[in-house]
Design a binder for this molecule. Structure first.
Ligand SMILES: [Zn+2]
Length: 320
């Protein structure tokens, strides 16, 4: 069910939108369901809460309804969906997933839905995906490329335009493409604002230690170095080894790294343990990594999630 992987393409994704959307449609069989849409069914269903936020913006701009499978706080690596949901996925116009192995617990349901004619758009393979960094060959994910694209806002902006084009192609309603472009433009403004927030972090302090290997896109986009991860590999589902943890603790101490960034959607005792071992000056700072926050968290939308993350990172890494 993999759609055209655009590995190592140097050019910007947005210049290839039409081709990619077309390619995705052809590869997925382009099973047209545009004949008699049911007014009660959502036009588009997203898997993760981040995609759900963006997809909801596009759909509501076009006067349509959308649905998100995961809820705030769900970890996309472990979230599972029962086969009862296959019919919902088949009945909607478009299912939007991250792909590249992110939704590990949904693989069989998504595959069954596609067999039954669901139109699934995996966006991560279309966004010039990055390979996992060094030392992650032990990762649990089936893909060799990193699925955590949403932590780079510019890539999410490209995703919005791709989703809008795809919806326009499937439904024949060009409003979706216009709305996708509008949401992309809003996200490019957000990207600038995230850069402004992070601009205060000195180059020498732009060092991240995180719970799992989710920040490759963030680091590449905003100029950070990943000094280490607590749970090796690209999934929250792996177990850290004591040898790896000892090496990480030494790195944190030697380089005087002030913070470890944990994952609100997948709390790990190992993160707390590493911070304790590394010393009292090492703070654990929870971020919204795999999910939006619940109502009242200040991270209820993709935009507020990324703004909150940037503020927390900037605060944690500024000299005390
Ligand atoms: Zn992850």
């Amino acid at each position: 069910m993999t759609v055209g992987v655009s590995r190592g393409r140097p050019e910007r994704v947005s210049t290839r939108l039409v081709g990619l959307a077309l390619l995705a449609t052809l590869t997925l069989g382009g099973c047209g369901q545009s004949d008699t849409p049911d007014a009660d069914e959502p036009v588009v269903i997203a898997t993760t809460t981040m995609l759900g936020s963006v997809v909801t913006d596009i759909a509501s701009c076009a006067g349509a309804s959308s649905e998100t499978l995961m809820a705030p706080g769900d970890d996309p690596h472990s979230f599972s969906l029962s086969s009862e949901h296959v019919a919902d996925l088949v009945n909607t116009q478009l299912v939007v997933s991250s792909g590249l192995g992110l939704e590990e617990g949904m693989t069989s349901v998504l595959a069954s839905a596609q067999q039954d004619g669901a139109h699934v758009l995996e966006v991560a393979p279309l966004l010039n995906p990055l390979p996992f960094g060094d030392g992650d060959s032990t990762g649990q994910l089936p893909a060799t490329h990193d699925p955590h694209f949403w932590l780079d806002v510019a890539r999410m902006a490209d995703a919005a335009a791709i989703i809008g084009h795809e919806l326009a192609t499937i439904t024949g309603d060009s409003t979706y493409a216009t709305c996708g472009t509008q949401v992309r433009d809003d996200l490019l403004v957000l990207d600038t604002s995230v850069r402004d927030i992070l601009a205060g972090v000195e180059p020498s302090n732009r060092v991240l230690v995180t719970d799992h290997n989710a920040f490759g896109y963030f680091a590449a986009a905003y100029g950070f170095e990943i000094a280490g991860v607590v749970i090796a590999g690209g999934s929250t589902e792996a177990e850290p080894s004591s040898r790896e943890l000892a090496a990480l603790i030494e790195t944190i101490q030697t380089r005087q790294i002030p913070a470890i960034f944990s994952n609100i959607a997948a709390q790990s005792n190992a993160v707390e343990a590493v911070a304790r071992e590394a010393g009292p000056q090492v703070q654990v700072v929870p971020l919204y990594v795999g999910s939006l926050g619940p109502a009242g968290s200040g991270a209820e939308t993709y935009a507020s999630m990324m703004t909150t993350n940037a503020e927390l990172i900037a605060q944690a890494l500024e000299p005390k």
